[in-house]
Design a protein around this ligand. Structure first.
Ligand SMILES: [Zn+2]
Length: 249
């Protein structure tokens, strides 16, 4: 019988501790995907653990203090909530699953810098980007986040400011409320929208033509399925004990 050539989980875990995380990537056309030999449970578990332990860089009040001790950045609470959820495989497979976006004070252009970890990105915001642009933000590249439980069913939020109505949507990639603007040239698409039905006493799905909107920070559009679910009434259906499937309405 041929000897097993596959490395044991313990061996890989040992490797994972010795090897720098950046050395585990190098696959795919971009060269930034996790190499096949590291697609193992112990390596993923190690990434998760690293993600959790790294979260300690933010204090109990949600403030990140820069390494020099001179600067700090108040992490938006919704961003912090999202970062405290476990990573997806997709996020771990991508070396640069995060970026920081900010506007250059010199050229007025929106800039990006990619990061392997959102916790490292915070150092960059506190010490650099956040000091020239107070709206500098962390963006998730490989996973859209659903609206956090506290705000479910609240979006879109309409606010009256000086006789004008401002609409805030949950942006799944910025992990924050954002204003979305029409993509130019104008584009339209069809999507299912929940419309309240007085007679039936619940929401009814209707096909509607919508204008394509995008987030000016990250480019996420309102066609994204996580955006669609996050910015509509969030229904929780109750089931009787023992029910195995939803009754059709
Ligand atoms: Zn966004």
């Amino acid at each position: 019988m041929a000897r097993k050539t596959k490395a044991s989980p313990r061996k890989i875990r040992g490797q994972a501790k010795k090897i720098r995380r950046s050395e585990m990537y190098g696959s795919g056309a971009s060269g930034h995907l996790l190499q096949g030999k590291y697609n193992t449970d112990p390596v993923y578990a190690w990434f998760q653990k690293h993600h959790v332990t790294s979260s300690k860089v933010v204090d109990d009040d949600g403030v990140y203090h820069s390494k020099s001790g001179k600067f700090e950045w108040k992490v938006p609470s919704s961003v912090l909530w999202c970062l405290h959820t476990p990573l997806t495989t997709n996020q771990m497979n991508n070396q640069y699953a995060w970026y920081v976006t900010w506007v250059s004070p010199r050229t007025g252009q929106r800039l990006r810098k990619y990061f392997m970890s959102p916790w490292v990105a915070m150092e960059f915001i506190a010490a650099k980007a956040g000091r020239v642009d107070p709206h500098a933000a962390i963006v998730s590249r490989s996973r859209p986040y659903y609206v956090i439980p506290k705000h479910r069913g609240r979006f879109p939020i309409r606010q009256q400011v000086g006789g004008r109505t401002i609409t805030w949507y949950w942006c799944p990639l910025c992990m924050q409320p954002r204003r979305f603007r029409a993509v130019r040239p104008l584009q339209e698409f069809f999507a299912v929208v929940k419309v309240w039905n007085e007679e039936k006493g619940h929401y009814v799905p209707k096909d509607r033509k919508l204008r394509l909107l995008h987030c000016e920070y990250c480019g996420c559009t309102n066609r994204d399925s996580v955006f669609r679910r996050s910015n509509q009434p969030w229904e929780v259906r109750k089931f009787k004990k023992g029910a195995r499937r939803a009754r059709r309405r």
